[in-house]
Design a protein around this ligand. Structure first.
Ligand code: ZN
Length: 149
């Protein structure tokens, strides 16, 4: 008899340094690690600040808005647990940090560098929720130094 249970997404290798990111995602919060000594944001999470070497940190919640900095559309090899073609993007958040994530809600042929995107949260199963970036239907206008569009 053939097992027709869909494959689960691979699990992240959780450590005490990165667990907050996945716990935040379960609560539909996109969290960024912040050095509490100098205020610098960093991602991926690290135990210490590269700027001031402090081990003290907390997190800030991202707006979820950003732009596609770079991306690939993968077709092969087809890893169980993913749907193809799969858009994997490096997204630059408006807070300045970048993260890798999937892009949804758009034909892979239409994805462009610089495209405004916004995070939503997809629960792949009971234990794994991840941010997925969708085209931003209402991108913020670029503001000049006076804060006007
Ligand atoms: Zn620092």
């Amino acid at each position: 008899m053939t097992d027709t249970t869909p494959a689960l997404r691979p699990r992240p290798a959780l450590t005490q340094d990165i667990a907050f990111f996945f716990e935040g995602a379960k609560e539909h919060k996109l969290l960024i690690q912040r050095c509490t000594s100098c205020g610098r944001l960093r991602h991926p999470p690290l135990p210490a600040c590269a700027a001031c070497r402090s081990f003290d940190w907390d997190t800030v919640e991202s707006s979820g808005r950003g732009t596609i900095f770079s991306f690939v559309v993968t077709h092969y090899p087809k890893v169980p647990g993913f749907e193809y073609p799969l858009v994997v993007a490096l997204v630059e958040l408006e807070e300045g940090t970048r993260l890798m994530a999937n892009v949804g809600g758009i034909d892979p042929a239409d994805v462009r560098i610089g495209q405004p995107v916004v995070a939503r949260f997809v629960a792949h199963d009971d234990d794994l929720t991840l941010p997925v970036f969708y085209p931003d239907p209402d991108p913020e206008p670029d503001l000049d130094a006076e804060g006007t569009a």
